[in-house]
Design a binder for this molecule. Structure first.
Ligand code: PD2
Ligand code: ZN
Length: 287
């Protein structure tokens, strides 16, 4: 631990949000996972709990050091020519790499995605950490639908644009995931990558490997609430129709950036529609 960092005090050494923030902050400062585990054990954690907490906060590089960011995959320019559309960069963060992007989708493209999905929504699932299967859980109160890669010419155009924007091969992308939140709907903070210590991650990573970057596109204007929050960064991105938030979390060593913890805040008024694209380390399609 670096000088000046205050170790959070908690009577039962539980993994509170303050402890998670402390772990993320120290990893970002370059502390080794071993030194953080030692500090946590001194503060009353069971060593196994401390190791598990660190496993969930990022995978150390082969030499045991903390996450080392690669140069961003996304272009550094103010405007990005993404195949058939020019996207404007409204905001950037270097660590973790986050970009807020305007004009990713045209208004009529947002409307078409919503119209196509509305009749076939199903309660959203997440990947079970033990088994790797898709399960309905209370943490994700939304309904969703899915378009396989290149499902038709309209989806293929969007897949191509998004791959160019994210600067990954189109084949590394999972199919577009559409989510609908009603008033009160939310998605509690989580990582989009598959936590390495979860047994279910092996199955989830069998095709295409780890997830490396996400693009969450907003398909409508939400009346109140519904922002995408990054609790470790005190950052909330407001949903605006056609805009998106992009973030990277897996480097070329396979290390994971725990600062990308994020969630969907409760929709306070109105409804919220998003489309999400996740990129993998390798080709995701079976064929
Ligand atoms: O709805 C969102 O803002 C949101 C928040 C966190 C979406 C996702 N994660 C996701 O699709 O992974
Ligand atoms: Zn997410």
């Amino acid at each position: 631990m670096l000088d000046g960092m205050v170790v959070p005090s908690t009577p039962r050494a539980a993994l509170t949000p303050q402890w998670r923030a402390w772990i993320a902050e120290n990893l970002a400062r370059g502390c080794s996972t071993d030194s953080l585990i030692a500090d946590m054990v001194r503060a009353g954690f069971d060593p196994q709990d401390a190791r598990q907490a660190l496993g969930h906060s990022g995978t150390p590089a082969p030499d045991g050091t903390a996450f080392r960011p690669d140069p961003p995959r996304i272009a550094r320019t103010h405007r990005i020519l993404a195949a058939d559309r020019t996207v404007t960069v409204a905001m950037r963060l270097e660590r973790p790499v986050i970009a807020v992007l305007d004009d990713v989708l045209a208004a009529d493209e947002c409307d078409e995605l919503i119209a196509r999905c509305a009749p076939r929504l199903q309660r959203s699932t997440t990947i079970d950490p033990q088994r790797g299967t898709h399960e309905v859980i209370a943490d994700r109160s939304s309904e969703g639908s899915y378009f396989p890669l290149n499902a038709d010419p309209f989806i293929a155009r969007l897949d191509r644009r998004i791959a160019a924007l994210m600067n990954w091969p189109l084949e590394n992308g999972e199919g577009l995931q559409i989510l609908h939140y009603r008033q009160g709907g939310q998605y509690t903070p989580h990582f989009d990558y598959f936590p390495p210590q979860d047994p279910g991650s092996v199955a989830a990573m069998a095709i295409g490997g780890q997830r490396v970057a996400s693009l969450v596109m907003y398909l409508n204007d939400v009346e109140a609430g519904g922002g995408t929050v990054f609790p470790e960064l005190n950052l909330t991105v407001m949903p605006r129709k056609g805009a998106a938030v992009y973030f990277e979390y897996c480097n070329s060593l396979g290390q994971l950036d725990a600062l990308t913890l994020h969630g969907g805040l409760p929709v306070l008024r109105g409804e919220k529609w998003i489309a999400t694209k996740w990129m993998r380390q390798r080709r995701y399609t079976a064929s």
